[in-house]
Design a protein around this ligand. Sequence first.
Ligand code: GLA
Length: 712
Amino acid sequence: MKRILFLLALSLITIPVFSQNSIRVGNDGTSWNIVTHSTVYQLKVENDEVRMVNYGNKSLMEKTGRPLGAEIPVRGGYVSSAPLLEVVFPDGVRDIELEYKTYEIVNTDGYETLKITQCDKYYPLEVISYITSIPEYDLIEKWIEVRNSGRRGNIKIENLLSGSVFLPKDAYELTHYAGVWGYEFIPQTTLLTPGTKTIQVKDFKSYGSSSFLVRPEGETDQYNGKVWFGSIKYSGNWRIDFEKSFNGPVQIAGGMNYWDQELILKPGSSFTTPRIVFGYTEQGTEGVTHRLTSYIREKLLPASHREKIRPVLYNSWYATTFDVNEEHQLALAKVAKELGVEMFVIDDGWFKGRVNDKAGLGDWTVDTNKFPNGLQPMIEKINALGLDFGIWIEPEMVNPNSDLYRAHPDWVFHFPNRQRHEGRNQLILNLAREDVYQYLYQSFHKLLKENNIQFIKWDMNKAMTDPGFPSAPADEQRAVRIKYMENLYRLVETLRKEFPHVWFENCSSGGGRIDMAMNSRFDFNWASDNTDPVDRIFIQDSYLTLFPANTMISWVTHEDWHRQNHSLEYKFDVCMSGVLGVGYDITKWTDTEKNIAKEKIARYKEIRETVQTGTPYRLVSPYGNNRSIHQFVNKNQSESIVFVYNLAEYPNNGIPENKRSPIIRLRGLLPNVHYAIEGLEGTYSGDYLMKTGIEIPLRGAFRSRILKVSKQ
Ligand code: GLA
């Protein structure tokens, strides 16, 4: 029967997918190898249950080991690993007993996917697990669908993660990225000791990341060594547990965070989790970066804009804050055009009543005190200058001081008899409500329809509090966060479909909501509200480890968080390793400042294709060194751009880095080709540059240099 099903499944899939042959089935029909370019994930049925055997280098296929754990650990029986699924059946039974039923190979997004169905031995609960192989990036993706196949009685889901993997017994170090406002993605490395290390989000705000790296203790080389890594494709509350047993494997289990959440599965209904991505490489952190960033750049980013070179931006926030008006915006746009900017974005402050952060959110019509003619006449003037126009919105929020809130005080999340916790004087709209969804959809549809807007900056500034939805049926009340996220994705997707030419930037008080799910719906991220160049070097170092440079908007501004008065040249160079923007009040700039900007923007346009579409290499990390060096290599390896940023200088041998060689070895070049390096004499073979290396001629604190390496 299983064999017949398998043959049937094979006959349904298209030939190109089959030829990749990344899901390999054992002769017995009850064991599977999920194969990528250089990894394998192994499963087999043992004692009627699907178990994970091993995950790592492809050579594991030579022999079958003993399973490390259940593919879907559940609450039930011995509690030896972190459960992915915890339910309560209608009669109050809380344990699950799963039994293997069938498998199929299906096609998802063009990739072969193993679909395994297990069922509870007694209750009408189907658990379908999916594992996709994404061979070219050495990634697998897992997700789970649960179904109440009964005719009567609800099943309550108390926990449902997306997937887990077990790593063989060893000592492991975890690196993850944590942060706060202004200091996003700060890497944290810790030894996993027996017990559970959890990283999670409980309030929709994540200044860190769900991306993680786990490697055998001591194997921390940038370019070599085993790394298991992953990330969750979800922007709501997520959670990952790294659970080390005293004498056995380490389990990594992640997905939606069921903290204060439950889901009721009615008879006949099902629920599908978001996906968790896992990867394995033996090329250290660089191997992780290459796999994650090229997957995002080549497959995840919205298809309409994926291949497009990103424009140079101007954003008015730091120049004006809320004090925007037509005359000043036009004056800014005129100078922006002179400098070489291509997209002019007006930030917060343009809509009704928005004189400061105490009012206006929710009322998405133009403030006629500031723009008496409306937006479109101003946009036309900006377009006439030769600039595209973009605008800031914060759809998910409302100020109590707004017409919207006065009309619909029940449209925000709240509990009766409890305080409505404001943050930045605002509350969160309950996007789980269909009327809220429709209001937002109509508002932004109208805005985009009536105005020639080419770019949306979508902000979200308050953490989730008071997640009450008092008028909802009792059994839906704790699922509001799930519904909210569904509607958020739906809103972005609907607007993008209707206005396919518009670029979308994702912002959440800086980098408070950056993840792969956002990456598949937004073209860019605003990595941080901290635009101080030195802090940015650190934030960008982590960002570029996890995400592609063409998603990282970076503006040159007057912000100087450490009173260092850095040069304009240094600031531009820092922002040029992503998508360059300017945020100063440029109407006040001297000719000298304008000339620097003109030159830098022209230079950026010359190098941006390699930066935005090239392969990234991190040569020197600012953590533990007093400089940061990044390199990008274009596809055919004929051009490379090297960014060198010096940080503070210390007396000779004052820090360990000063004792080391100043020679830098480049990466990713063709060994037998000769390259010239701008500003340096002669040519060098790729082999020489990669094996012997060069000393980069740059001295002095807070100096920078951008070197173009070109094939001769
Ligand atoms: C947030 C964003 C900023 C800016 C302001 C506007 O803080 O992160 O970039 O848009 O809101 O109010």
